[in-house]
Design a protein around this ligand. Structure first.
Ligand code: IKT
Length: 328
């Protein structure tokens, strides 16, 4: 396979981690990156360390000398150049809840053809993307949705585990995330807060950093999330594994400690053809970070999407329908 030229939309905690991960890959090269104020492009490859420096010194990768451009609408501005990029990882916060679908529409309108993968989490966000399926197909775009840790890695694991059963009775995703400093993941933490009782996507998005810090002060840095609106349900339902009411997602985020508060796992309970009820459990290693478990699968699904795209398959797929391909 020819080297895959990758773009990253979003250069916060997850985008920067994906860039670091790409630096160690041979099959992929980072050629484009976008943040809220600008973009950078270089066909021979961008330097992740230089981009991070441009952010810490000037607030945007658009200020990176030679390769950076500051722009009001950086995604539009980058696409207008029509420079070659095979696929993009949308490492963007989905705030508001319509944002990722609006980005997909920007790609459709631009005439660009290639692969898009996202790490969206909410069921309603995936519904908006599924509605774009025919437009993505006509535009020659191969879109894979729900490609992070959950939905993503754990959804694929659930789909694999289901194979032992005649009927899947429940899928329970429980995550434990530890981050040393919440400010490295400002948007992700706001997305998590939006799931708490008394908050919405709009109110969490509108919170100042001081308000987020005050909330975390009250909870000892912990965010406990239960029965989340989570796209693992719709993705497993569409893949024919089980009804969405049988899927539940929750977990704990510790914003003051990089150690996971519990081991992330997915438990798939089903009935075998012999009438026995049993549970398969897939547990992530405690030493793996959220960044590794989101960005690794996203790149793996990007590679799987590239293979589909090169065979002429366009439209929308999900992490429950495809296996990610390991990127060396
Ligand atoms: C969410 O799905 O919204 C929560 C996210 C969970 C990430 C799981 C990572 C698992 C792991 O690394 O062990 C995140 C907390 N926003």
């Amino acid at each position: 396979m020819a080297t895959i030229r990758v773009g990253l939309l979003g250069y916060g905690g997850l985008g920067q981690a994906a860039a670091r991960m790409l630096a160690a890959k041979k099959q992929m090269i980072l050629v484009a990156a976008v943040d809220s104020k600008g973009y950078a492009y270089h066909l021979e490859g961008l330097d992740a360390a230089h981009l991070s420096l441009a952010i810490s010194r000037h607030g945007s990768i658009g200020y990176e000398p030679v390769v950076g451009v500051v722009a009001d609408d950086p995604i539009q501005a980058l696409l207008a150049n029509q420079w070659p990029v095979d696929g993009y990882f949308l490492a963007l916060p989905n705030l508001p809840n319509t944002f990722i679908a609006s980005v997909a529409r920007t790609f459709i309108a631009s005439g660009w053809r290639g692969v898009l993968v996202d790490a969206v989490k909410r069921t309603s966000a995936v519904e908006q993307l599924l509605a774009l399926g025919p437009d993505l197909e006509r535009a020659g775009i191969t879109y894979v949705t729900g490609c992070g840790a959950t939905p993503g890695l754990l959804t694929a694991a659930a789909a694999l585990a289901a194979q032992s059963f005649s009927e899947v009775l429940s899928v329970q995703v429980t995550f434990g995330v530890g981050i040393g400093n919440w400010e490295a993941y400002r948007s992700t933490v706001r997305e998590d807060i939006a799931h708490l009782e008394g908050y919405s996507v709009e109110s969490a998005q509108a919170m100042s950093d001081a308000q987020v810090s005050a909330l975390l002060e009250r909870t000892d840095g912990l965010l406990k999330l239960e029965n989340m609106e989570h796209a693992d349900d719709i993705l497993l339902e569409l893949a024919g594994i089980c009804g969405r009411e049988r899927v539940s997602v929750g977990g704990v985020v510790d914003t003051r400690n990089p150690r996971k508060p519990l081991s992330t796992n997915v438990r798939v309970t089903g009935r075998t053809f012999e009438g026995k009820t049993s549970t398969h459990t897939f547990t992530l290693g405690d030493e793996t970070s959220m960044a590794a478990n989101v960005c690794g699968p996203a790149l793996g699904y990007l590679k799987a999407g590239i293979e589909l795209h090169r065979r002429g398959h366009h439209g929308i797929w999900s992490s429950a329908e495809l296996m990610p391909r390991f990127v060396s």
